[in-house]
Design a protein around this ligand. Structure first.
Ligand SMILES: Nc1ncnc2c1ncn2[C@@H]1O[C@H](COP(=O)(O)OP(=O)(O)O)[C@@H](O)[C@H]1O
Ligand SMILES: [Mg+2]
Length: 263
């Protein structure tokens, strides 16, 4: 099986990019797939949600150091990987991700650096997912160079529709500028659907997402279990394997084409 390279992308913050990365990764690992999650946000939320320590940017190794100084070094790439649990691995964030865009702007050949590092890991993993920070800078352009597919977590509000349209336009502009084919959008994931019923506006926004030419592959309701899982450094599949939240992420993995549907 070839490795799938997926990016969880939205320049808007707080739309559950990190939550989706963790539990979608958890669904893949629970299905027996070797899965690597890469935290590319200096806030290190994914690293913390997984109960891991951020990498030490003074002593290294860190992903930015690999991208800037050791891009073709397989052993350096391997030294970044930490094991979380069976089938689930991570490359933790580090503080130098904060200056990564500036450092990349200062170096030559700067949009394929992430690919030069992560491609060494393809042979070890069935799926690699990158959790991006909010914003679209040269580090995100590196993600778009590496990824074959993009998943866009959104929230049920009108500003999320505008943000998604802007994202699609920006990604296309970046691809045109570098003469690349734009990545495939595997799907939209609507997050934090209120526990009570949807208001009329909620239903209109939900319909607007369904009307876009990108499939909606997940609709995740508000669940306290998701908050408690991250506080314990666990995936929802570990924290509450028989709950409906674990089932939502499994179904997302199937709809996004990462897993076969089980009969
Ligand atoms: N379905 C959900 N139910 C409850 N809390 C959620 C859910 N999805 C996300 N959250 C919470 O919302 C906050 C923002 O989510 P996060 O994944 O960090 O967003 P982003 O990475 O896009 O900034 C986090 O505190 C997270 O625990
Ligand atoms: Mg995040």
């Amino acid at each position: 099986m070839t490795t799938t390279r997926g990016a969880l992308l939205n320049q808007k913050g707080g739309v559950a990019k990190t939550t989706t990365t963790l539990h979608l990764g958890g669904a893949l690992a629970a299905a027996g797939r070797r899965t690597l999650l890469v935290d590319l946000d200096p806030q290190a939320n994914l690293t913390k949600f997984m109960g891991l320590q951020p990498h030490d940017h003074v002593n290294g190794p860190t992903l930015p150091q690999a991208m800037l100084n050791h891009p073709n070094d397989r052993d350096y790439a391997l030294s970044l990987v930490r094991k979380h649990s069976e089938n689930l691995y991570a490359i933790p964030a580090s503080f130098d991700m904060f200056t990564l865009p500036r450092d990349l702007h200062a170096s030559r050949s700067n949009e394929d650096r992430l690919t030069w590092v992560l491609e060494h890991l393809d042979e070890l993993f069935d799926h690699v997912l990158v959790d991006c920070r909010p914003g679209l800078d040269i580090d995100t352009d590196n993600v778009l160079h590496w990824a074959q597919s993009v998943l866009v977590p959104v929230e049920l509000d009108t500003s999320s529709i505008d943000a998604l349209k802007l994202l699609i336009a920006q990604v296309r502009t970046l691809a045109d500028e570098t003469r690349r084919t734009p990545p495939t959008y595997r799907g939209i994931i609507i997050n934090r659907i209120p526990k009570g019923g949807l208001t009329l506006l909620d239903r209109q926004v939900r319909q607007a997402f369904h009307d876009l030419p990108i499939p909606v592959v997940g609709e995740v309701r508000m669940r306290d279990s998701l908050v408690r899982a991250k506080e314990k450094g666990q995936t929802i599949q570990q924290y509450d394997p028989s709950g409906d939240a674990a089932a939502m992420y499994h179904s997302m993995a199937v709809k996004a084409g990462f897993l076969e549907a089980t009969p």
